[in-house]
Write a protein that binds this ligand. Structure first.
Ligand SMILES: [Fe+2]
Ligand SMILES: [Fe+2]
Length: 375
């Protein structure tokens, strides 16, 4: 296969997409890969799980909805989409404000790592699976994520940095999650990914003067892929109702909602110049994304965080300050730094606990699971 002449946007399988990227990796940057290699509380991780348990899932109870979703994913409406076209404006990377450039590159590298994290997990499930339904789903999802990561890397390459994804696959640490945590975490990350992309897309549609990079023009079709991926996890959970019905599992769902929302809040607040350039108020943006995600998640989660409770924003703000103080203390070092880290860590834990223990909204699950990306 002549991979050099081909583009990840046209790859029909994850293997093909990765082979093309491997060929390009000769030019990829060590610095960007080093950032992608980091494993902190706030950087995207790689996951592994009990693939046999996942493979044993039965989709029979949701067969009709499942078949419809698979039909759409099989038709592959976004094949060829994730490539530069005449709509791709030239960017003056050299002339970009250095702070904005640093934050934007950080955003692209972390998005690329997150996309690729999904790709690696889904590809492994596809490889190990024996259940035809599971194999088919994970082959489509890994195909999509390989394209997404490849496209972000195209944008990064123009700035002289790109992530070496083959190196990352081999060298990055994998975190083990039990299958049920994979369902909660990946469902949420797909749906929140959809909500993030569509909110930026709609905002820039109304305020095109803030579109400082062409990649945002691609966000609409992009978010439709993420929406479909989330739908698949929603169906898997609804086909196995104990995942969302028991008392313990409801507590886990609350935990994941709290962790995913609060992590996003802290991450986004670390990029003030990036959001300023987009013309977006970070608190407004985050709350809008949480609102969309929570509305969508009613399809499968019987509990919902009450983001209108004043404790929610107060807790997020406290966590963000505590994390910032911990970073400053880490940079300072010494005994004072150690004390700063301990007290910051305690404040962070208390802020998290205060949001986690808020009264939640409870709801009956709807008769029909499936939703369309209309937000
Ligand atoms: Fe993706
Ligand atoms: Fe996805």
């Amino acid at each position: 296969m002549n991979v050099q002449a081909r583009h990840t946007a046209d790859a029909t399988t994850v293997e093909e997409g990765l082979a093309i990227q491997q060929e390009q990796a000769k030019f990829d940057s060590e610095a960007a890969t080093a950032i992608a290699m980091q494993n902190t509380l706030l950087t995207p991780r790689f996951y592994t799980t009990d693939f046999e348990e996942l493979d044993a899932l039965d989709v029979m109870p949701v067969r009709a909805d499942w078949d419809k979703l698979m039909e759409r994913m099989r038709a592959d409406p976004n094949k060829g989409h994730f490539r530069k076209t005449e709509d791709w404006d030239q960017i003056d990377w050299e002339g970009m404000d250095p702070e904005l450039k640093a934050e934007f590159l950080d955003f692209l590298i972390s998005s690329c790592t997150a996309e690729f994290s999904g790709c690696v997990l889904y590809k492994e499930m596809k490889r190990r699976g024996t259940n035809p339904d599971i194999k088919e789903l994970f082959s489509y999802m890994s195909r999509d994520e390989a394209r997404h990561a490849g496209f972000i890397n195209d944008a990064l390459r123009e700035a002289g940095v790109a992530v070496n994804l083959g190196f990352l696959t081999r060298e990055k640490k994998y975190t083990y999650f039990r299958p049920k945590f994979i369902y909660y975490a990946t469902y949420l990350s797909e749906k929140i990914g959809y909500a993030r992309y569509i909110t930026i897309f709609r905002h820039l549609e109304a305020n095109p003067e803030h579109r400082f990079h062409p990649i945002f023009k691609w966000f609409k079709e992009w978010c439709n892929d993420e929406f479909s991926h989330g739908e698949a996890f929603a169906l898997l959970m609804r086909a196995n109702p104990e995942l969302v019905e028991t008392r313990t599992n409801k507590l886990w769902i609350r935990f994941f909602l709290t962790a995913v929302y609060m992590t996003m809040w802290v991450r986004d607040h670390a990029r003030p110049r990036f959001h300023e350039a987009l013309g977006v108020d970070i608190e407004w943006y985050d709350l809008e994304v949480f609102r969309k995600t929570s509305t969508i998640a009613r399809q499968v989660f019987p509990v919902e965080l009450d983001i209108d409770n004043p404790r929610f924003v107060a807790g997020c703000r406290r966590l963000e300050r505590a994390m910032r103080d911990m970073d400053a203390a880490r940079a300072k070092g010494g005994l004072g730094g150690l004390w700063g880290r301990i007290s910051g860590g305690t404040r962070a834990a208390l802020a998290f606990a205060s949001v986690y223990t808020m009264p939640v909204k409870r709801q009956e699950l709807p008769e029909s699971v499936r939703l369309e990306p209309v937000y």
